[in-house]
Design a protein around this ligand. Structure first.
Ligand SMILES: [Zn+2]
Length: 172
C-alpha cells in the first residue's frame, strides 16, 4: 500500500538535506482540480525528490493520475491519463527567480517557512498539464443525437403499447 503524502513539508529544508518521498493523495481533496472533473474518485500518485544543484534548491517530481474530464461537446466523461514530470527551482524572491535557469519552473518558498502545502503544489502541476478544452476524439455530438433518438423511440413504443388500453378504456 502506498502511503498518503503529508500535507505540509518544508521544501527548502528538505532540498538542503536531500529527501525523497513517494505517496498518493485523494483526488476528492483537490478542490480546484475537481472543478473540471466529472468524478472525484481515485488517487493521484507522486514521486518527489528534493535536492540542490550548486546554490539552487529544487524539486523534481513525477505525477500519475487517471482523471475523468468533462467533454465540452456532450458533457460526458473523457478518461484522461496524466503522466507528468516537472522540475521546480525553489526561489525566495524576484531576484532569485530572475537568476533561475530555464530548465526550472519557479516555486516561491520562504526559508523559515515550514508550511509549504504539498497537495497545493501537486494540484498546480496537474492543472497545468490538463488540456484547455477536453473533448472526445470521436464525434460524440452524433453519438448524443443517436442516443436521444433511441430514448425518443422508447417513449414512442411505450405510447404505442398504451394505445390499445386506452381504446379498451373507451369501449368500457
Ligand atoms: Zn463528448
Amino acid at each position: 500500500m502506498m502511503q498518503t503524502l503529508p500535507v505540509y513539508l518544508n521544501f527548502a529544508q528538505k532540498a538542503k538535506i536531500g529527501f525523497e518521498i513517494q505517496g498518493k493523495w485523494p483526488i476528492k481533496r483537490l478542490k480546484r482540480l475537481n472543478e473540471v472533473l466529472l468524478s472525484d474518485q481515485g488517487d493521484i500518485e507522486a514521486d518527489l525528490k528534493f535536492d540542490r544543484a550548486g546554490p539552487i534548491p529544487f524539486i523534481t517530481g513525477h505525477i500519475t493520475a487517471e482523471l475523468q474530464l468533462k467533454c465540452q461537446r456532450c458533457m460526458q466523461a473523457v478518461p484522461y491519463s496524466v503522466d507528468i514530470n516537472f522540475k521546480l527551482g525553489l526561489v525566495q524572491n524576484d531576484a532569485h527567480m530572475k537568476k533561475l535557469p530555464d530548465e526550472y519552473e519557479p516555486c516561491l518558498v520562504k526559508e523559515e517557512d515550514d508550511n509549504n502545502h504539498l497537495p497545493d503544489m501537486l494540484e498546480d502541476e496537474l492543472i497545468l498539464a490538463l488540456p484547455l478544452v477536453a473533448m472526445h476524439d470521436y464525434d460524440c455530438s452524433d453519438y448524443l443525437q443517436q442516443h436521444k433518438s433511441e430514448q425518443q423511440n422508447e417513449v414512442n413504443s411505450v405510447e404505442e403499447k398504451e394505445n390499445p388500453f386506452s381504446v379498451l378504456k373507451d369501449l368500457l
